[in-house]
Design a binder for this molecule. Structure first.
Ligand code: CMC
Length: 388
């Protein structure tokens, strides 16, 4: 293995070429198919951005309507699959339920599993995009003991998800437009991020020619960890922990700097962004605005702002180029919207789905793709013999 290069965490190793997302970590630039993230967050919608990521160009109005209509034809889960949610314990975390649900799609929708049949890939794309919000809301409904709602296909993508999540069959559900627009914008911010941990997982699993449902189910598990998508839940837990123990932000920062086991400033730091995360700038602007407009002041927001201010003035964080990432403020918005902490990473998954799909499709159709198979540097015993 002399020719093998050791690169833990793939810090310097590119695994593919890609036309989808561009990041310049030093300049804080993020673009989907060339379009700056700030422009998409302000002007686009989540479905339009999803179309852009998956098919490569912004849709014409007619294409967007067709895409939206196709999605609304597939929001229902197979009736037998609704029963599937009963098998989980009530206190199950919704991330494994979401991942299992996506995995289970491959058992109910066996006519869209062939990675090399373009019509089947298209059908699994539409099914996944349409059904993930339904599965996500069922994971939540199960945890609070409420009946599973049927989708309302007259509603928009995000509005339908909000109703499935917060509505009940006995009462009409009024979607708050501020909540819907803000959630739509947050989904755009999460929609792709090139070869991050979960996307690399989706590609790696797919590189062995596993189907799209199997690949995305694996990506959801990869996303769940606190160093990745699970960070949004971990930030809120960190803030709540600081508040419960008296709100001493400086003492918490000291513990981070002393590297107390398990104590990190969650929502800070990024493998690629070394000056700022352009997504976090947009989220930070939104958080105050949204909390004000929803008249939901939250003492945890003040704690978060204090933490950020202290950290950004501290040599520990400055010298290591640690800045708030996308996850630092998102949880506070989700909390104001009424989502329980356990659902935050599920929302990240809903946002990241079009990116996973786009990357999987690019991987499958790229003639240069080979099965993902990293090498290793062996450091164990040399040959030895079993005792006689
Ligand atoms: N708090 C305290 N110290 C940190 C943090 C942090 N959040 N992040 C990095 N460091 C330190 C780390 O201990 C190391 O210090 P030293 O050189 O003394 O050993 C140095 O900074 C470099 O860190 P690293 O762990 O080598 O950096 P990485 O690129 O491998 O890790 C990261 C990136 C995002 C996993 C890491 O910054 C982290 O754990 N952050 C907290 C979790 C988090 O917010 N994750 C969300 C990332 S953005 C959205 C997403 O991807 O899902």
């Amino acid at each position: 293995t002399d020719h093998v290069t050791l690169d833990p965490g793939f810090v310097n190793t590119a695994s593919c070429t890609s036309d989808i997302t561009f990041i310049d970590g030093d300049a804080g630039i993020l673009r989907y198919r060339g379009y700056p993230i700030a422009e998409l967050a302000e002007k686009s919608s989540f479905l339009e951005t999803s179309y852009l990521l998956i098919y490569g160009e912004l849709p014409t109005p007619a294409q967007l309507t067709e895409f939206t209509d196709k999605l609304s034809m597939h929001t229902l889960l197979h009736e037998e699959m609704r029963g599937f949610f009963n098998g989980f314990p009530r206190d199950a975390h919704p991330m494994p339920v979401l991942s299992s649900g996506v995995s289970a799609l491959s058992t109910w929708y066996q006519d869209s599993l062939d990675p090399f049949d373009p019509a089947q890939v298209e059908l699994s794309t539409i099914r996944l995009m349409a059904k993930l919000p339904t599965i996500a809301s069922y994971a939540y409904k199960k945890s609070i003991g409420q009946p599973l709602m049927y989708p309302d296909n007259s509603l928009g993508y995000v509005e339908n998800f909000l109703r499935l999540t917060f509505g009940v069959p006995t009462t009409p559900y009024e979607v708050d437009p501020v909540v819907a627009r803000t959630l739509d914008m947050l989904l755009i911010l999460h929609a792709d991020h090139e070869q991050n941990c979960s996307t690399s997982t989706v590609r790696l699993v797919g590189s062995g020619h596993a189907n799209l449902f199997a690949s995305v189910s694996s990506g959801i598990h990869a996303l769940s960890g606190p160093l990745h998508g699970g960070a949004n839940q971990a930030v809120l837990e960190m803030l709540a922990g600081i508040q419960e123990s008296g709100g001493d932000v400086r003492d918490f920062v000291r513990r981070v700097k002393d590297k107390e086991p398990g104590v990190k400033l969650m929502g800070f730091g990024h493998r690629v962004y070394k000056n700022f995360d352009p997504r976090s700038v947009i989220v930070k602007k939104a958080v105050r605005d949204v909390l004000d407009r929803m008249a939901k002041p939250d003492p945890l927001l003040d704690l978060a702002m204090q933490l950020e201010e202290i950290a950004l003035a501290d040599d520990y964080f400055v010298s290591r180029k640690l800045y708030p990432n996308v996850d630092f403020y998102t949880g506070l918005i989700y909390k104001a919207m009424g989502f329980p902490t356990k659902m935050y990473t599920v929302l990240f998954a809903l946002g990241r789905l079009p990116g996973w799909i786009a990357q999987w499709r690019e991987m499958i159709s790229d003639p240069a793709t080979k099965i993902g198979r990293p090498r290793q540097v062996y450091t164990g015993p040399t040959e030895r013999h079993y005792p006689a």
